[in-house]
Design a binder for this molecule. Structure first.
Ligand SMILES: [Zn+2]
Length: 111
């Protein structure tokens, strides 16, 4: 599988994840509308607020990952793929194999 094919497959997975999280999100919003609970003071509301925050965080992560993948695909076309966005050095082949959408080399990622 080429890098491009891997990125496209990962993009499809991420889109599915976002769709599923959006569905969860709608469910939580609906549940809180139906119960009409007070997020801050009702124990049920606290659970819904927690669930909402958890889904929101997962959605934010998935959307950021999608942006990374789109960017990686763009860099593949540009010929800039595999170059660290932070230091401009090469990103190791091993790191790219493990995380094809990464923007930074291992050195920059760990600082
Ligand atoms: Zn770097």
């Amino acid at each position: 599988m080429s890098t491009e094919e891997r990125l496209i497959a990962e993009r499809a997975d991420t889109l599915r994840l976002i769709a599923s999280l959006s569905g969860d999100w709608d469910g939580v919003v609906e549940a809180s509308a139906q119960t009409g609970v007070d997020d801050e003071h009702d124990p049920e509301g606290a659970t819904i607020a927690y669930e909402r925050a958890r889904i929101e965080a997962s959605l934010a992560r998935a959307r950021a990952h999608l942006a990374d993948i789109d960017d990686a695909l763009r860099r593949l076309t540009d010929g800039a793929y595999g170059t660290c966005e932070s230091c401009g050095g090469p990103i190791g082949a091993e790191r790219l194999a493990a995380r094809p959408a990464t923007r930074t080399c291992i050195t920059c990622a760990s600082t």
